[in-house]
Design a protein around this ligand. Structure first.
Ligand code: UD1
Length: 347
Protein backbone atom coordinates (compact mmCIF):
# COMPACT_ATOMS: atom_id res chain seq x y z
CA UNK A 1 0.00 0.00 0.00
CA UNK A 2 1.21 3.50 -0.78
CA UNK A 3 2.69 5.38 2.15
CA UNK A 4 0.79 8.45 3.26
CA UNK A 5 2.28 11.89 3.78
CA UNK A 6 0.52 14.77 5.52
CA UNK A 7 1.55 18.13 4.07
CA UNK A 8 0.62 21.02 6.36
CA UNK A 9 0.60 24.26 4.42
CA UNK A 10 0.19 22.13 1.32
CA UNK A 11 -1.79 24.72 -0.64
CA UNK A 12 1.03 27.27 -0.45
CA UNK A 13 3.99 27.97 -2.68
CA UNK A 14 6.47 25.29 -1.65
CA UNK A 15 3.80 22.94 -0.27
CA UNK A 16 1.98 22.70 -3.59
CA UNK A 17 5.18 21.84 -5.47
CA UNK A 18 6.04 19.23 -2.87
CA UNK A 19 2.55 17.71 -3.10
CA UNK A 20 3.02 17.29 -6.87
CA UNK A 21 6.40 15.59 -6.50
CA UNK A 22 5.19 13.30 -3.71
CA UNK A 23 2.24 12.15 -5.79
CA UNK A 24 4.40 11.54 -8.84
CA UNK A 25 6.77 9.50 -6.64
CA UNK A 26 3.83 7.27 -5.66
CA UNK A 27 2.90 8.65 -2.24
CA UNK A 28 -0.63 9.32 -1.06
CA UNK A 29 -0.91 12.87 0.19
CA UNK A 30 -3.23 14.58 2.64
CA UNK A 31 -3.17 18.37 2.44
CA UNK A 32 -3.98 20.64 5.37
CA UNK A 33 -4.02 24.41 5.07
CA UNK A 34 -5.77 27.25 6.86
CA UNK A 35 -5.61 29.33 3.64
CA UNK A 36 -4.34 32.34 5.61
CA UNK A 37 -1.78 33.22 2.96
CA UNK A 38 -3.09 31.60 -0.22
CA UNK A 39 -6.23 30.81 -2.19
CA UNK A 40 -7.22 27.61 -4.00
CA UNK A 41 -5.26 28.49 -7.17
CA UNK A 42 -2.28 26.30 -6.39
CA UNK A 43 -4.31 23.41 -5.02
CA UNK A 44 -6.42 23.42 -8.19
CA UNK A 45 -3.16 23.50 -10.16
CA UNK A 46 -1.85 20.49 -8.22
CA UNK A 47 -4.97 18.52 -9.15
CA UNK A 48 -4.53 19.41 -12.84
CA UNK A 49 -0.83 18.54 -12.94
CA UNK A 50 -1.23 15.22 -11.15
CA UNK A 51 -4.59 14.34 -12.73
CA UNK A 52 -5.80 13.50 -9.21
CA UNK A 53 -9.13 14.98 -8.28
CA UNK A 54 -9.49 13.28 -4.93
CA UNK A 55 -6.52 14.52 -2.90
CA UNK A 56 -7.86 14.79 0.66
CA UNK A 57 -7.93 18.45 1.62
CA UNK A 58 -8.62 19.86 5.08
CA UNK A 59 -9.07 23.56 5.65
CA UNK A 60 -7.87 23.55 9.22
CA UNK A 61 -5.51 25.55 11.39
CA UNK A 62 -2.71 23.45 12.87
CA UNK A 63 -2.86 25.68 15.94
CA UNK A 64 -6.12 23.89 16.70
CA UNK A 65 -5.14 20.69 18.48
CA UNK A 66 -8.46 18.91 17.88
CA UNK A 67 -8.24 19.51 14.12
CA UNK A 68 -4.72 18.09 13.93
CA UNK A 69 -5.85 15.14 16.02
CA UNK A 70 -8.70 14.50 13.60
CA UNK A 71 -6.21 14.26 10.69
CA UNK A 72 -4.27 11.55 12.46
CA UNK A 73 -7.42 9.75 13.50
CA UNK A 74 -8.86 9.70 9.99
CA UNK A 75 -5.59 8.81 8.26
CA UNK A 76 -2.74 6.43 8.84
CA UNK A 77 0.07 8.99 8.45
CA UNK A 78 3.60 7.72 7.70
CA UNK A 79 5.27 11.13 7.47
CA UNK A 80 4.44 14.79 8.00
CA UNK A 81 5.97 17.69 6.15
CA UNK A 82 5.31 20.83 8.13
CA UNK A 83 5.16 24.04 6.10
CA UNK A 84 2.29 25.75 7.87
CA UNK A 85 3.95 28.89 9.21
CA UNK A 86 4.13 32.64 8.78
CA UNK A 87 7.20 33.75 6.83
CA UNK A 88 7.45 37.51 6.49
CA UNK A 89 10.57 38.70 8.28
CA UNK A 90 9.52 42.35 8.66
CA UNK A 91 6.04 41.47 9.91
CA UNK A 92 7.57 39.13 12.49
CA UNK A 93 9.55 42.04 13.94
CA UNK A 94 6.37 44.12 14.21
CA UNK A 95 4.17 41.26 15.48
CA UNK A 96 6.34 38.81 17.38
CA UNK A 97 3.51 37.32 19.46
CA UNK A 98 1.58 36.40 16.33
CA UNK A 99 4.69 34.70 14.90
CA UNK A 100 5.70 32.84 18.02
CA UNK A 101 2.15 31.68 18.68
CA UNK A 102 1.45 30.50 15.15
CA UNK A 103 4.78 28.98 14.22
CA UNK A 104 5.47 27.28 17.54
CA UNK A 105 1.98 26.13 18.55
CA UNK A 106 1.21 24.56 15.17
CA UNK A 107 4.45 22.59 15.24
CA UNK A 108 3.99 21.51 18.86
CA UNK A 109 0.50 20.28 18.02
CA UNK A 110 1.79 18.25 15.08
CA UNK A 111 4.50 16.68 17.23
CA UNK A 112 2.26 15.95 20.19
CA UNK A 113 -0.44 14.39 18.04
CA UNK A 114 2.07 12.43 15.96
CA UNK A 115 3.60 11.07 19.14
CA UNK A 116 0.27 10.12 20.66
CA UNK A 117 -0.63 8.22 17.48
CA UNK A 118 2.35 5.92 17.79
CA UNK A 119 5.13 8.13 16.45
CA UNK A 120 5.89 9.45 12.98
CA UNK A 121 8.50 10.77 10.57
CA UNK A 122 8.56 14.56 10.65
CA UNK A 123 10.16 16.88 8.12
CA UNK A 124 10.52 20.47 9.23
CA UNK A 125 10.78 23.31 6.75
CA UNK A 126 13.72 25.36 8.03
CA UNK A 127 15.75 28.14 6.50
CA UNK A 128 19.29 29.30 5.79
CA UNK A 129 18.32 32.26 7.92
CA UNK A 130 19.45 30.15 10.92
CA UNK A 131 23.09 30.78 9.88
CA UNK A 132 22.82 34.60 9.95
CA UNK A 133 25.89 36.43 8.64
CA UNK A 134 28.32 33.50 8.53
CA UNK A 135 32.09 34.11 8.61
CA UNK A 136 33.03 31.23 6.36
CA UNK A 137 31.24 30.49 3.10
CA UNK A 138 29.74 28.31 1.83
CA UNK A 139 27.95 27.23 5.01
CA UNK A 140 27.88 23.56 5.95
CA UNK A 141 25.36 21.96 8.29
CA UNK A 142 28.09 22.22 10.94
CA UNK A 143 28.42 25.99 10.58
CA UNK A 144 27.29 27.40 13.93
CA UNK A 145 23.88 29.00 13.95
CA UNK A 146 24.03 32.65 14.99
CA UNK A 147 21.48 34.41 17.21
CA UNK A 148 18.39 35.04 15.11
CA UNK A 149 17.87 38.60 13.95
CA UNK A 150 14.08 38.34 13.69
CA UNK A 151 11.27 36.50 15.48
CA UNK A 152 10.66 34.65 12.20
CA UNK A 153 14.26 33.41 12.16
CA UNK A 154 14.00 32.59 15.84
CA UNK A 155 10.94 30.38 15.24
CA UNK A 156 12.98 28.42 12.66
CA UNK A 157 15.78 27.87 15.17
CA UNK A 158 13.38 27.02 17.98
CA UNK A 159 11.41 24.53 15.87
CA UNK A 160 14.66 22.83 14.82
CA UNK A 161 15.59 22.49 18.50
CA UNK A 162 12.13 21.28 19.49
CA UNK A 163 12.27 18.59 16.83
CA UNK A 164 15.78 17.53 17.92
CA UNK A 165 14.67 17.26 21.55
CA UNK A 166 11.49 15.33 20.74
CA UNK A 167 13.46 12.89 18.59
CA UNK A 168 15.91 12.39 21.43
CA UNK A 169 13.19 11.85 24.01
CA UNK A 170 11.26 9.35 21.89
CA UNK A 171 14.21 7.29 20.62
CA UNK A 172 13.76 3.66 21.63
CA UNK A 173 10.20 4.24 22.81
CA UNK A 174 6.97 2.95 21.33
CA UNK A 175 6.25 6.37 19.86
CA UNK A 176 9.39 7.17 17.92
CA UNK A 177 9.58 10.53 16.17
CA UNK A 178 12.26 10.73 13.49
CA UNK A 179 13.10 14.21 12.24
CA UNK A 180 14.75 15.96 9.34
CA UNK A 181 15.14 19.72 9.07
CA UNK A 182 15.75 21.02 5.57
CA UNK A 183 17.42 24.42 5.49
CA UNK A 184 16.29 26.14 2.32
CA UNK A 185 18.32 28.83 0.70
CA UNK A 186 16.31 31.12 -1.63
CA UNK A 187 13.48 29.18 -3.28
CA UNK A 188 12.41 30.71 -6.60
CA UNK A 189 10.62 29.80 -9.83
CA UNK A 190 7.54 27.75 -10.59
CA UNK A 191 6.40 24.43 -11.97
CA UNK A 192 7.14 24.04 -15.72
CA UNK A 193 3.40 23.71 -16.37
CA UNK A 194 2.93 27.27 -15.03
CA UNK A 195 -0.10 25.96 -13.11
CA UNK A 196 1.41 26.50 -9.66
CA UNK A 197 3.85 29.09 -8.34
CA UNK A 198 4.39 31.83 -5.80
CA UNK A 199 1.31 33.86 -4.98
CA UNK A 200 2.35 36.75 -2.76
CA UNK A 201 -0.38 38.81 -1.12
CA UNK A 202 0.15 42.55 -1.42
CA UNK A 203 3.60 43.96 -2.14
CA UNK A 204 6.12 41.10 -2.42
CA UNK A 205 9.01 41.10 0.03
CA UNK A 206 11.06 38.64 -1.95
CA UNK A 207 13.14 39.43 -5.00
CA UNK A 208 11.77 37.21 -7.77
CA UNK A 209 8.05 37.93 -7.31
CA UNK A 210 8.94 41.61 -7.24
CA UNK A 211 10.85 41.18 -10.51
CA UNK A 212 8.00 39.33 -12.26
CA UNK A 213 5.38 41.77 -10.99
CA UNK A 214 7.48 44.65 -12.28
CA UNK A 215 7.88 42.92 -15.63
CA UNK A 216 4.12 42.46 -15.98
CA UNK A 217 3.40 46.04 -14.93
CA UNK A 218 1.89 45.45 -11.47
CA UNK A 219 4.83 47.33 -9.94
CA UNK A 220 6.48 50.34 -11.44
CA UNK A 221 10.10 49.74 -10.60
CA UNK A 222 12.24 47.16 -8.83
CA UNK A 223 14.42 48.59 -6.07
CA UNK A 224 17.73 46.79 -5.76
CA UNK A 225 18.67 47.13 -2.10
CA UNK A 226 22.29 48.26 -1.97
CA UNK A 227 25.07 48.26 -4.57
CA UNK A 228 27.89 49.08 -2.20
CA UNK A 229 28.31 45.66 -0.59
CA UNK A 230 31.80 44.10 -0.61
CA UNK A 231 30.97 41.85 -3.59
CA UNK A 232 32.08 42.00 -7.22
CA UNK A 233 29.15 44.08 -8.45
CA UNK A 234 28.24 45.52 -5.04
CA UNK A 235 24.94 43.61 -4.65
CA UNK A 236 24.19 40.78 -2.22
CA UNK A 237 24.95 37.14 -3.00
CA UNK A 238 22.35 34.41 -2.52
CA UNK A 239 21.88 30.77 -3.43
CA UNK A 240 18.69 30.63 -5.52
CA UNK A 241 17.19 27.15 -5.50
CA UNK A 242 14.56 26.12 -8.01
CA UNK A 243 11.29 25.25 -6.27
CA UNK A 244 10.85 21.97 -8.20
CA UNK A 245 14.38 20.90 -7.27
CA UNK A 246 13.60 21.90 -3.70
CA UNK A 247 10.40 19.83 -3.80
CA UNK A 248 12.37 16.79 -4.96
CA UNK A 249 14.68 17.16 -1.95
CA UNK A 250 11.58 16.71 0.24
CA UNK A 251 10.67 13.48 -1.53
CA UNK A 252 14.23 12.23 -1.01
CA UNK A 253 14.14 13.17 2.68
CA UNK A 254 10.72 11.60 3.27
CA UNK A 255 11.82 8.36 1.55
CA UNK A 256 14.98 8.32 3.66
CA UNK A 257 12.88 8.45 6.82
CA UNK A 258 10.17 6.01 5.71
CA UNK A 259 12.67 3.52 4.27
CA UNK A 260 14.70 3.55 7.49
CA UNK A 261 17.86 4.96 5.88
CA UNK A 262 18.61 7.66 8.45
CA UNK A 263 21.98 7.64 10.18
CA UNK A 264 20.59 9.59 13.13
CA UNK A 265 17.08 10.09 14.43
CA UNK A 266 17.45 13.81 13.77
CA UNK A 267 19.26 15.09 10.68
CA UNK A 268 19.76 18.46 9.04
CA UNK A 269 20.45 19.19 5.38
CA UNK A 270 21.17 22.33 3.41
CA UNK A 271 19.06 22.58 0.30
CA UNK A 272 20.65 24.91 -2.20
CA UNK A 273 22.63 24.84 -5.43
CA UNK A 274 26.01 25.65 -3.92
CA UNK A 275 26.37 28.57 -6.36
CA UNK A 276 26.28 32.21 -5.29
CA UNK A 277 24.45 34.59 -7.64
CA UNK A 278 24.30 38.34 -7.08
CA UNK A 279 21.04 40.27 -7.07
CA UNK A 280 22.23 42.22 -10.10
CA UNK A 281 23.24 39.04 -11.94
CA UNK A 282 19.81 37.57 -11.26
CA UNK A 283 18.06 40.68 -12.59
CA UNK A 284 20.24 40.63 -15.73
CA UNK A 285 19.63 36.91 -16.24
CA UNK A 286 15.88 37.47 -15.97
CA UNK A 287 16.08 40.17 -18.65
CA UNK A 288 18.23 38.04 -20.94
CA UNK A 289 16.24 34.82 -20.68
CA UNK A 290 12.85 36.42 -21.08
CA UNK A 291 13.81 39.19 -23.52
CA UNK A 292 12.52 41.86 -21.16
CA UNK A 293 13.94 45.19 -20.16
CA UNK A 294 13.22 45.57 -16.49
CA UNK A 295 12.67 48.90 -14.82
CA UNK A 296 15.00 48.92 -11.82
CA UNK A 297 16.99 51.31 -9.66
CA UNK A 298 19.61 50.98 -6.97
CA UNK A 299 18.49 52.19 -3.55
CA UNK A 300 19.83 52.01 0.02
CA UNK A 301 20.55 48.70 1.68
CA UNK A 302 17.62 46.92 3.30
CA UNK A 303 18.14 46.64 7.07
CA UNK A 304 18.79 43.08 8.22
CA UNK A 305 20.11 41.72 4.91
CA UNK A 306 23.24 39.59 5.05
CA UNK A 307 25.92 40.35 2.45
CA UNK A 308 26.34 36.81 1.20
CA UNK A 309 25.17 33.29 1.88
CA UNK A 310 25.32 30.13 -0.11
CA UNK A 311 25.23 26.43 0.65
CA UNK A 312 27.70 23.63 0.82
CA UNK A 313 25.49 20.87 -0.57
CA UNK A 314 27.76 17.80 -0.34
CA UNK A 315 25.83 16.28 2.54
CA UNK A 316 22.46 16.53 0.76
CA UNK A 317 24.03 15.30 -2.49
CA UNK A 318 25.60 12.25 -0.84
CA UNK A 319 23.04 11.33 1.79
CA UNK A 320 19.80 12.24 0.04
CA UNK A 321 21.08 11.29 -3.40
CA UNK A 322 19.70 14.64 -4.49
CA UNK A 323 21.15 17.48 -6.50
CA UNK A 324 19.75 20.75 -7.82
CA UNK A 325 19.31 20.33 -11.56
CA UNK A 326 17.47 23.23 -13.15
CA UNK A 327 19.61 26.16 -14.26
CA UNK A 328 18.86 29.61 -12.94
CA UNK A 329 17.83 30.56 -16.51
CA UNK A 330 15.21 27.79 -16.68
CA UNK A 331 13.97 28.79 -13.26
CA UNK A 332 13.64 32.46 -14.19
CA UNK A 333 11.78 31.52 -17.37
CA UNK A 334 9.38 29.42 -15.29
CA UNK A 335 8.81 32.30 -12.85
CA UNK A 336 7.88 34.56 -15.76
CA UNK A 337 5.62 31.95 -17.37
CA UNK A 338 3.81 31.59 -14.03
CA UNK A 339 3.35 35.35 -13.61
CA UNK A 340 1.86 35.58 -17.12
CA UNK A 341 -0.42 32.61 -16.54
CA UNK A 342 -1.49 34.07 -13.20
CA UNK A 343 -2.59 37.28 -14.86
CA UNK A 344 -4.87 35.13 -17.08
CA UNK A 345 -6.11 33.01 -14.17
CA UNK A 346 -6.94 36.09 -12.11
CA UNK A 347 -8.86 37.86 -14.90
C1 UD1 B 1 14.50 36.31 3.23
C2 UD1 B 1 14.77 35.99 4.67
C3 UD1 B 1 14.77 34.51 4.86
C4 UD1 B 1 13.48 33.92 4.38
C5 UD1 B 1 13.31 34.27 2.92
C6 UD1 B 1 11.98 33.75 2.38
C7 UD1 B 1 16.21 37.63 5.76
C8 UD1 B 1 17.58 37.95 6.24
N1 UD1 B 1 16.07 36.51 5.10
O1 UD1 B 1 15.66 35.91 2.49
O2 UD1 B 1 14.90 34.23 6.22
O3 UD1 B 1 13.51 32.53 4.57
O4 UD1 B 1 13.35 35.69 2.78
O5 UD1 B 1 10.92 34.53 2.79
O6 UD1 B 1 15.29 38.38 5.96
N2 UD1 B 1 16.09 42.35 -2.90
C9 UD1 B 1 16.10 43.51 -3.64
N3 UD1 B 1 14.90 44.08 -3.97
C10 UD1 B 1 13.70 43.55 -3.58
C11 UD1 B 1 13.70 42.36 -2.82
C12 UD1 B 1 14.92 41.78 -2.49
O7 UD1 B 1 17.15 44.02 -4.00
O8 UD1 B 1 12.64 44.14 -3.89
C13 UD1 B 1 17.37 41.70 -2.56
C14 UD1 B 1 17.61 41.57 -1.07
O9 UD1 B 1 18.25 42.71 -0.58
C15 UD1 B 1 18.48 40.31 -1.02
C16 UD1 B 1 18.02 39.48 -2.21
O10 UD1 B 1 17.33 40.39 -3.07
O11 UD1 B 1 19.81 40.66 -1.21
C17 UD1 B 1 17.09 38.36 -1.83
O12 UD1 B 1 16.04 38.90 -1.04
P1 UD1 B 1 14.76 38.06 -0.60
O13 UD1 B 1 14.14 37.43 -1.79
O14 UD1 B 1 13.89 38.95 0.23
O15 UD1 B 1 15.34 36.88 0.27
P2 UD1 B 1 16.35 36.93 1.53
O16 UD1 B 1 16.34 38.27 2.16
O17 UD1 B 1 17.65 36.38 1.10
Amino acid sequence: MAKKVLVSGGAGYIGSHVTVELISAGYDVVVADNMSNCDMTCFEGVKKITGKDDIPFYQIDCCDFASVNRLFTEHEIDAVIHFAAFKAVGESVAEPIKYYRNNLVSFLNILEVAKSHGGCNVLFSSSATVYGEADILPVTEQTPRLPATSPYGNTKQMCEDILRDVVKATTGSENVINGIALRYFNPIGAHPSALIGELPRGVPNNLVPFITQTAIGKRECLSIFGNDYPTEDGTCLRDYIDVVDLAKAHVAAVSRMIDGKMKNGYEVFNVGTGRPVSVYELVRAFERVNGIELNYKFVDRRPGDVVAIWAETTLANNELGWKAERTVEETLASAWAWERNLSLLQK
